[in-house]
Structures are given as C-alpha cells and as structure tokens.
Design a protein around this ligand. Structure first.
Ligand SMILES: NC(=O)c1ccc[n+]([C@@H]2O[C@H](COP(=O)([O-])OP(=O)(O)OC[C@H]3O[C@@H](n4cnc5c(N)ncnc54)[C@H](OP(=O)(O)O)[C@@H]3O)[C@@H](O)[C@H]2O)c1
Length: 237
C-alpha cells in the first residue's frame, strides 16, 4: 500500500486524542477517513477541525456494540466502496487499586479496549480481505509493563497485544497486514487529562499519525508487527 491517495481508513475513537491525530495525518496524505466515537458533539467538532468534508465521514458508533461496528463499516462501504485501513484505537483508562476497582469500571475497560477491538475486526475483516488491507490496534506500553492501579487497564492492553499478534498470524495468508502500536505517554484527553504546555514532553498525537503513515508505506514484504513507542525524554517528576 505504498500509494495512499484515495485509500480508505476507518479510525475508531477518532473524535479526539490519538485517533484525531492519525485522522489528520491520513487526510494530509490524500486518504479518505471515517472517524467514530460515542459523542456526536465531539465528532462534529472534530469534523470542523479536520475541515475536509468530501474526504471525511464522522460516524456515531460505540465499539462495545458489535451492531454499531457493522453499521459503521456498512456506511463506509456505501460511501466509498472499499475499506483499506482499520485503526482500532478507541479506549478508556480507569485507574484504581484492584480491591477498589468497581466491576462496572472493569467491564467498561474490557468491553471497550479488548472486546471492542474484536468487534471492529469482525465487522471489517471481509472488506480487508478484498482490499488486502491493514488492521492496526492501539495497545499501550501498559500491554507489556504492569503497574499499581493498572489491573483492569493492564489486563485489557495485555489482551490486545496477544489478540493482535494471533490475528496477524491468522490474516497474513490473506495478505492483510496486522500490527499493534504500543505507545507510552501521549498528550491527549485520556484519563481526564486536558492537553496543554505541561504535556510538551509527551508524544504528540500527530507523531503517532506519522508512525501510522510509515507503517502503511512500508514495503509490502515487511511487517513491523509490534511497535513500542515512548517519549524520548520522560517527564522529570
Ligand atoms: N494517551 C496516552 O498516553 C495513551 C498511551 C498508550 C495508549 N493509549 C491508547 O490510545 C487509544 C486512544 O486514547 P487517547 O489517549 O487518544 O484518549 P482520548 O483522548 O480520551 O480519546 C479517546 C477516543 O476514544 C473514543 N471512545 C471511547 N470509548 C469509546 C467507545 N466505547 N466507542 C467508540 N469510541 C470510544 C472517544 O470518544 P467518545 O468518548 O466520544 O466515545 C475518543 O474519541 C486508547 O486505546 C488508549 O488506551 C493512550
């Protein structure tokens, strides 16, 4: 997929943060991009910010609902007739000691971060077989490093890393590339953060966008399947 012009991407959780940064990069590379999220106002604001009416499709879809994800892919195929790249990016983080973590918060993380990634793949895999496309998950360094207060988030992201690696083995006979990106701290709205100057040391969402473009432009014979990415100079606390 070395020519990206007019290729079609679907980014879950594209209304802000990393997904928004990736959408910006892909649009600048000439791609057509669908972004999803649960909050319509955020999606509309994102669409205005991205300012590319013809090449952008905002879709209200909750990744925890397999029917929503099927509907999102149907809308993309109706509008553009193909789907080349899927970024399963939507995710939430709720941090508390394991004895204090509520069942509801546990379920929300597993449903969104892990099950959602599977539902998005299920909804899009036949289209990706046709396009010999690319499926990318946004895991985290929390998918390989565990930490206090992270039991639910760690469980979901370790799960995503394992899921993506196994899916890569299953889908490469169809010439579908599958990768997982595992970032450290990124300047986003994650965990109720408000991005500002204090986040200047973090990876910026558009840096992940550049990384995605590098993956898409990689020679077809080569597959970076698991990519750890971290701030060069961590915050000095
Ligand atoms: N920020 C970091 O430091 C960092 C580091 C490593 C990995 N990550 C991962 O990167 C991904 C993106 O996070 P972010 O940092 O960009 O967070 P963010 O700024 O909070 O953005 C999260 C996006 O996901 C959407 N979303 C959440 N739940 C959803 C659902 N059920 N269905 C559809 N969309 C949903 C949100 O929109 P709505 O709320 O409107 O649905 C929003 O567009 C997550 O998987 C996160 O775990 C983040």
């Amino acid at each position: 997929m070395r020519t990206l012009k007019n290729k079609v991407a679907y980014i879950t959780g594209g209304s802000k943060g990393i997904g928004y940064g990736i959408a910006k990069s892909l649009l600048e590379a000439g791609m057509k991009v669908a972004i999803s999220g649960r909050n319509l106002e955020d999606l509309q604001r994102a669409a205005q910010g991205l300012g590319s009416e013809e090449d952008l499709l905002p879709i209200a879809s909750d990744v925890t609902n397999p029917k929503d994800e099927e509907g999102a892919v149907t809308k993309i195929l109706e509008k553009w007739g193909q789907l080349d790249v899927v970024l399963a990016n939507a995710g939430v983080g709720i941090f508390a000691p394991v004895d204090k973590l509520s069942t509801t918060d546990w379920q929300q993380m597993i449903e969104t971060n892990l099950n959602g990634v599977f539902y998005t793949l299920k909804a899009s895999v036949e289209a990706l077989k046709k396009s010999k496309g690319y499926y990318i998950t946004l895991a985290s360094l929390a998918g390989t490093n565990f930490f206090p207060n992270g039991s639910g988030y760690n469980a979901s992201k370790f799960g995503v890393v394992g899921f993506t690696q196994a899916a890569m083995l299953d889908l490469r006979p169809y010439d579908i590339k599958v990768s997982t990106i595992m970032p450290g701290s990124v300047a986003t709205y994650f965990n109720e953060n408000e991005p500002s100057e204090k986040d200047a040391w973090k990876i910026q969402p558009e840096d992940i966008g550049e990384l995605v473009l590098d993956l898409l432009r990689m020679n077809p014979r080569t597959l970076p399947s698991k990519i750890e990415v971290r701030p060069t100079r961590p915050d000095k606390k």
